[in-house]
Design a protein around this ligand. Structure first.
Ligand code: GLN
Length: 542
């Protein structure tokens, strides 16, 4: 059996330059050649998982099949690789220390002094190898969060150093550096990345490749300068200029022969005859699309600016794009702060100008009444609607209030004194809340769901048994089920073991579906999610 190959992707200069997408793109290049590729995200935070981090600060919490709450980059890996990742593909400083301490308590180290070095890097290496085993990968791309020179990630770099010293032919180091173009100079500067490469040397690592991120491509003189000062071959310095569409990046890197050079460095062969072109075909098709579809997304906190928005809802945005492209249209997404509809209820009429409405997942009280108004508008004016998690719960509440006449219908999350808690809490969840057990205790990961024959959801999925990923604490209360159904609000998806309601839809409506899970996590560019595809189809009929 051939040995597993490891590619460590490490950032320099500053964060937020697209290291995650670069990692995913490297994976995609090898996947195109038929390699079994997987990816790992290392988050330097003390948090045990991303579940307790504020999405406005940290970005979306991405949920894996096996119910881990991870970094949004894991979503990029899954989308680019077209493969599922697991809890073993994600680690944080907190998680690593937690298991070392647990092992120490159980005498695993047999009386040795347990030390930061070597035991922490040993644990990191152990976890990387476990992920290889779990995913059966022949190539593992490992993204080290943060940038070189930070105190936080030094032990992860130490793990990479140890692995490279042990097996120099099996471990490659890719430094993703940023190339600024200061406006007063108007020229691209390589110095910050030179420093990053030097700092990496201080950690005992020499970059095998540098990916030069920036607004523009590197020109020849700068490439040569960077190569000289970092003591590398110019061909090992690869440009990654800004692109309109992230899915182009594997191609941008491959055009510079990066895949072949990296393969050569790792002493593996990439056979051009084996190369699949499905990714290229998808890109070519997408580039020709001109027609647009207008999607409104209504939620809270949207006023915080585009930057945080794109990060907090990255999987929803990508799922919309995948489904729109599959329908031959480009999506125009408009983010609407639901508090607008609380201040000015008339404004909700603007939704009639859109082809479809999405209410994404969320937590808490703020902006809720505005969202409910938007859902009412979608229901009454027959605007295609997809409610994701909170978007499903609030659709149930809207119907209970405005059709069944339970004016105080609510979710226990917002008003526990309501007499009609259409969305309620299970006893075991209540216990978690009582005990302040918030980390990793929601209903998480993939659960089975049986669909009702002939429902719209059934039509969309084309099958009766599905599995989807969850992340929520509260549930639909089955007490209200028959009353809702009698009035045209259908329960069309249920968990076969627990009878929990997973999908609702309106009978007399072109497309009105609410799902307790997060279908956006399973949408891939080459395999768009059926419920989003269905929404786009309905939108185009508008
Ligand atoms: N706040 C809701 C719950 O916890 C919905 C969560 C979500 O939308 N992800 O049940």
């Amino acid at each position: 059996m051939s040995k597993t190959k490891y590619i460590f992707v490490i950032g320099g200069v500053l964060s937020g330059v697209g290291k995650g997408v670069t990692t995913a793109s490297i994976g995609r290049i090898f996947k195109n050649y038929g390699k079994r590729v997987s990816a790992i995200k290392i988050d330097p935070y003390i948090n045990v998982d991303a579940g307790t981090m504020n999405p406005v600060e940290h970005g979306e919490v991405y949920v894996t099949e096996d119910g881990d709450e991870t970094d949004q980059d894991m979503g990029n890996y899954e989308r680019f690789l077209g493969a599922d990742l697991f809890s073993s593909n994600y680690m944080t400083t907190g998680r690593v220390y937690q298991s070392v301490i647990e092992k120490e308590r159980s005498m695993y180290y047999k009386g040795k002094c347990v030390q930061v070095v070597p035991h922490i890097p040993f644990e990191v290496i152990d976890r990387i190898k476990k992920a290889v085993k779990h995913t059966n990968a022949e190539m593992m791309v490992v993204e080290v969060g943060g940038t070189v020179g930070e105190y936080e990630n030094i032990l992860f770099l130490e793990a990479a150093r140890m692995m490279k010293l042990d097996n120099p032919d099996d471990v490659a180091i890719v430094l993703v550096g940023y190339m600024p173009v200061p406006s007063h100079l108007g020229e691209m500067k390589t110095k910050p990345t030179q420093h990053a490469a030097r700092t990496l040397n201080n950690a005992g690592l020499q970059a095998d490749f540098i990916i030069a991120r920036g607004k523009y491509a590197l020109d020849k003189p700068r490439k040569e300068k960077l190569a000289l000062f970092c003591w590398m071959k110019p061909e090992n310095i690869v440009s990654a200029p800004d692109v309109k569409n992230i899915y182009e990046i594997p191609g941008v890197l491959e055009k510079q022969n990066f895949g072949q050079l990296l393969a050569k460095r790792l002493k593996i062969k990439l056979d051009a005859k084996q190369r699949s072109n499905e990714w290229d075909v998808f890109l070519r098709k997408m580039e020709t699309i001109k027609k647009t579809v207008k999607i409104a997304v209504v939620g809270k906190y949207f006023a915080t600016g585009d930057f945080t928005l794109a990060d907090s809802y990255i999987s929803v945005i990508q799922a919309v794009k995948h489904a729109a492209w599959a329908n031959g249209v480009q999506p125009e997404m408009t983010w609407i702060d639901s508090e607008n509809y609380e201040k000015d209820p008339q404004r909700v009429e603007e939704l009639k100008n859109f082809d479809a409405l999405i209410v994404p997942g969320g937590f808490g009280t703020r902006g809720i009444e505005g969202i409910i108004k938007a859902i009412q508008c979608a229901r009454e004016k027959k605007i295609p609607y997809l409610g994701l998690c909170y978007g499903m719960q609030l659709a149930c509440i809207e119907f209970a209030r405005n059709v069944l006449g339970y004016a105080d219908a609510h979710t226990v999350e917002v008003n526990k004194n309501s007499k009609h808690l259409v969305i309620n809490v299970n006893p075991y969840q209540q216990e978690n809340i009582n005990q302040n057990r918030y980390g990793g205790t929601m209903r998480l990961g993939s659960y089975a769901c049986d669909l009702k024959k002939g429902s719209r959801a059934h039509q969309a999925y084309g099958q009766l048994k599905i599995g989807e990923r969850h992340r929520h604490r509260y549930e639909f209360d089955n007490k209200y089920r028959s009353e809702l159904e009698k009035n045209g609000f259908d329960i069309v998806g249920v968990n076969p073991e627990t009878n929990l309601v997973e999908i609702v839809e309106l009978k007399d409506h072109p497309y009105f579906i609410g799902v307790q899970f997060h279908p956006e996590f399973k949408s891939r560019p080459l395999a768009p999610h059926p419920l989003f595809v269905g929404l786009m189809e309905a939108a185009l009929k508008q």
